[in-house]
Design a protein around this ligand. Structure first.
Ligand SMILES: Cc1cc2nc3c(=O)[nH]c(=O)nc-3n(C[C@H](O)[C@H](O)[C@H](O)COP(=O)(O)O)c2cc1C
Length: 410
């Protein structure tokens, strides 16, 4: 690769990332019934590590088995998981690839089929069409908040012990941390709520606990929303302020994304002509953010061509290009870019054309999750696979449960 994409990047702790492509988290749901990693997961990560990506962020791994996002998540909460994580880390770090584990607690954004009850900063249920997929949450007790913080730290320690080269805290997309950040979802009157400093405390304390447990030189990233795109939600100004505080704390890499299950901006933004030209959904925000913080930045969402990625990197607004869906179809995309066998990929929106199915919004994710499962089984992906077949296949296999088993795509 002669392009800027192939330049390596050295973090402040000296860790070197061999190029500027970051595989963004994609929930694999490839754990077994004890929530342990499986052979399929190792096979999938070996393909990504062989495919030339510099930094692989895993799909979200849960810190508490009572708080799954979906069935078959991997849970890291005790050292029984270590031998399985070691195998995963061995495959995912091949070819000098960085492998960082994304840690998550879903809060109230846990599908009914996955949890008995759900918790949130405040007992505020989701509104609108999606509310039927989720329990009405219970407000977290103070001791539960402290317990969650400790769990994030301990899971990170287990990741480090087993050979993962870093971790990422999932602070985006409407999960528990993002619920704490949002004034719409966090209406607590104690020190964990109130103004942005109070709402940010949960995230900051998680970062500090992970740092305490893993040491000064272990890379810690945060995935943060540029905004929730919700009325009375987490705003862009609050996001910039949070990023500034995270930089002061010493976070090594910030990944920018946006939206929640209640409001996914991606479909809409994809249609904006300025976004189409620049590809990335959150580029304008990154440019603003760059004026405030110097922390290494990754922007994720919408990148599809070498030119789009090079322009974004050359603008100096960001340091890494985050890719998710393209790498679910082409796990070796960075190598294909490097040897110039592909310069651009087209990713159509996965729709059946049948309105009531498309409106459920779950299909896109079902389609991509099926591609990941093909790779996990050692099969080739099927970029042209018709979305209606994917829907019928999922329906035949899981019945109506597919709508509660699969996530909405972010
Ligand atoms: C199948 C699938 C699963 C996903 N799971 C996660 C996840 O576990 N954690 C997360 O932060 N984002 C998750 N995402 C969102 C992606 O990381 C990314 O932010 C989004 O797909 C936009 O990037 P793209 O346009 O390159 O696909 C998922 C996306 C897909 C398609």
């Amino acid at each position: 690769m002669e392009s800027v994409i192939s330049n390596n990047y050295i973090l402040k702790n000296g860790v070197s990332i061999k190029n500027r492509i970051l595989k963004s988290a994609m929930s694999e749901a490839l754990g077994n019934h004890q929530y342990l990693p499986t052979e399929g997961l190792y096979r999938l990560y070996e393909q990504w590590a062989d495919g030339g990506t510099g930094l692989l962020i895993t799909g979200n791994v849960m810190i508490d088995r009572k708080a799954l996002g979906e069935p078959r998540n991997v849970v890291v909460e005790d050292d029984k998981v270590l031998p399985f994580l070691e195998k995963w880390a061995e495959k995912g770090t091949k070819n000098n690839t960085q492998l960082w584990m994304q840690l998550n607690h879903p809060g109230k954004q846990a599908f009914k089929g996955a949890v008995k009850e759900s918790v949130a900063p405040s007992a505020i249920p989701f509104e609108g069409k999606i509310s039927r997929f989720f329990h009405k949450p219970r407000e977290m007790k103070k001791e539960e908040i402290v317990d969650s913080i400790k769990r994030f730290g301990y899971s990170a320690l287990l990741a480090k012990k087993s050979g993962f080269t870093g971790v990422q805290i999932h602070g985006a997309h409407g999960y528990l941390i993002s619920q704490f950040l949002s004034p719409r979802h966090n209406q607590r009157k104690d020190e964990w709520g109130g103004d942005i400093n109070g709402r940010m405390k949960f995230l900051i304390e998680i970062y500090r606990e992970i740092r305490k447990q893993t040491g000064e030189s272990f890379p810690i990233s945060v995935k943060l929303n540029s905004a929730d795109f919700m009325k009375a939600g987490f705003t862009e100004d609050e996001s910039i302020y949070t990023a500034l505080m995270l930089e002061k704390e010493g976070v090594d890499l910030l990944e920018i994304s946006g939206g929640t299950y209640e409001s996914s901006p991606m479909a809409k933004m994809n249609q904006k002509s300025s976004t189409k030209i620049r590809e990335a959904y959150f580029m304008d925000y990154a440019e603003k953010l760059r004026q405030t913080v110097k922390i290494p930045l990754c922007v994720t969402g919408g990148f599809r061509s070498v030119t789009g990625m090079e322009n974004a990197l050359n603008s100096n607004a960001m340091d890494f290009v985050g890719l998710a869906r393209p790498l679910a179809i082409y796990p070796d995309l960075p190598n294909l870019f490097a040897n110039q066998s592909i310069n651009e990929i087209r990713i159509d929106q996965r729709k059946t054309g049948i309105r009531f199915i498309d409106e459920l919004g779950m299909l896109e994710i079902t389609w991509y999750a099926q591609q990941l499962r093909r790779l996990a089984k050692g099969r080739k992906t099927r970029p042209q696979y018709p979305v209606i077949f994917s829907f019928l296949q999922a329906l035949a296999k899981n019945g109506k449960e597919i709508f509660i088993k699969q996530r909405s795509g972010i």
